[in-house]
Design a protein around this ligand. Structure first.
Ligand code: FAD
Length: 396
């Protein structure tokens, strides 16, 4: 299909969907330009796949290099543990689900997945001797969940099909050489020594991966970006799921005794909410400083710790009914190295986002276009869409 025609259709539909407010001004400016160039995207998570989808729709060649052996990044599906799929990473949609249509720019090949508003009667906190109830509406004011589906399914179903041939798994990037002259290409070197030339590269690796220095830049990153990478924080986090013979627990509760919410969060929840399942599955989410002891534990140690604290509150019901468990420790994933960025200041976000020499672009959850989406899967996806729009304008 003629790529220019495709791009014009795409931009018209962006406009019809009201995406003008988000991307439209830049996107519509592309309408009169012809497509050229190749973009390498580092990372096949929410940001990288959305950027690939958008660039592809605009007729721009993309190649997505993914270090791990699967797509999705921090969006990962656990199958076979429960009679419904479970999200091991990002799970809730923390806004109205019509955001999904923005991510696909209205180009979904089928109806959007079913979602349900996350409405539990109360969130309970164990004080040491009794439960204290909080309004769940205040804690989860705008949250939705996929029904019998996951964020990983959303990526695989709606974004991947047109770009599946452009994704290379097990391909970790070690170095990016950029900006040698205005005519020169950016050169991306993989860990195995392959060199790939492109007109632009989009880096979607997490803030913690950027901190680790496993991707080298030549020349080195400018001082403001190095400072932003150093100052921005990305705490660790994990999720664990426990299967029991019967449900002895309420829908959402916390047992940890700590006062400082800034230090992170640990809570238990029922991942089966809205999934039409009777199974007794309990989810544990732990993030930040308060999660650190758990992050150091082996899977078996997490099990013993969790059963111990649940038994103390639910009179031994946890150990009596325990059947199986799974732990996903995101800090131990070598190409993620944490959960998600801590609330970053505007100046850090701006410095992280700034492109280099119109060749090296950045996207991901730490660089949301709109700070209301900070840290979220939809924030990551929309930052990928925004970067794609910027790149297309420059390559035009
Ligand atoms: C425990 C937990 C719970 C969460 N809960 C929610 C939630 O309920 N709702 C929500 O909206 N969000 C949630 N999030 C956040 C959400 O998962 C992330 O914001 C989002 O998935 C980040 O996407 P991304 O594309 O920015 O980064 P990533 O998903 O990290 O993708 C980056 C990709 O780059 C790859 N990569 C890294 N380095 C290299 C390299 N050198 N070469 C090649 N590839 C590389 C990585 O392997 C990865 O696949 C949660 C996250 C965690 C960890």
């Amino acid at each position: 299909m003629d790529s220019r025609h495709t791009r014009q259709q795409f931009l018209r539909q962006c406009s019809a969907l009201g995406l003008g407010a988000v991307f439209g001004r830049e996107a519509l400016a592309l309408d009169s330009q012809s497509s050229k160039g190749k973009v390498v995207i580092i990372g096949a998570g929410a940001a990288g796949l959305t950027a690939g989808f958008w660039l592809n729709r605009m007729g721009i060649e993309v190649q997505i290099l993914e270090a791990s052996d699967r797509i999705g990044g921090r969006l990962r599906k656990l199958e076979g543990f429960a009679d419904y799929p479970i999200d091991l990473g990002g799970e809730w949609i923390h806004t109205h689900p019509r955001i999904l249509e923005k991510i696909t720019s209205g180009h979904q090949s089928r109806a959007l997945p079913d979602t349900i508003k996350y409405e539990i009667d109360a969130y309970r906190q164990w004080t040491g001797h009794k439960w204290k109830s909080y309004s769940a509406k205040r804690i989860f004011p705008t949250d939705y969940k996929f029904v019998r589906s996951t964020w990983a399914d959303f990526l695989a179903t709606y974004l991947v099909p047109p770009i599946s041939d452009s994704i290379s798994l097990n391909t970790a990037v070690a170095k990016i050489a950029y900006g040698n002259s205005s005519e020169s290409k950016v050169v991306i070197k993989t860990v195995s020594g392959a060199e790939i030339e492109a007109d632009a590269v989009l880096v979607t690796a997490s803030l913690a991966v950027l901190k680790s220095g496993i991707i080298q830049f030549d020349p080195v990153l400018p001082a403001d970006k190095q400072n932003a990478i150093r100052k921005g924080t990305m705490p660790g986090g994990l999720k664990a799921f426990f299967k029991f013979s019967e449900k002895f627990f309420p829908l959402g509760f916390g047992l940890a005794k700590y006062d400082d919410r800034e230090a992170g969060d640990i809570y238990y929840y029922d991942p089966g909410f809205g999934q039409d399942s009777d199974q007794a599955i309990l989810g544990l989410f732990a993030y930040g400083k308060v999660a650190e002891p758990l992050l150091q534990m082996s899977s078996d140690q997490v099990k013993r710790h969790v059963l111990g604290e649940l038994d103390g509150v639910f009179s031994g019901a946890a150990s009596r009914g325990y059947q199986a468990h799974v732990v996903q420790n995101w800090q131990r994933e070598p190409f993620v190295r944490g959960a998600y960025s801590d609330r970053l200041t505007r100046s850090i976000i701006k410095a992280l986002a700034r492109p280099l020499a119109e060749q090296v672009y950045f996207a991901g959850e730490a660089i949301p276009k709109d700070r209301a989406n900070w840290g979220y899967a939809h924030g990551a996806a929309l930052s990928g869409a925004d970067a794609a729009t910027q790149i297309a304008r420059v390559l035009g």
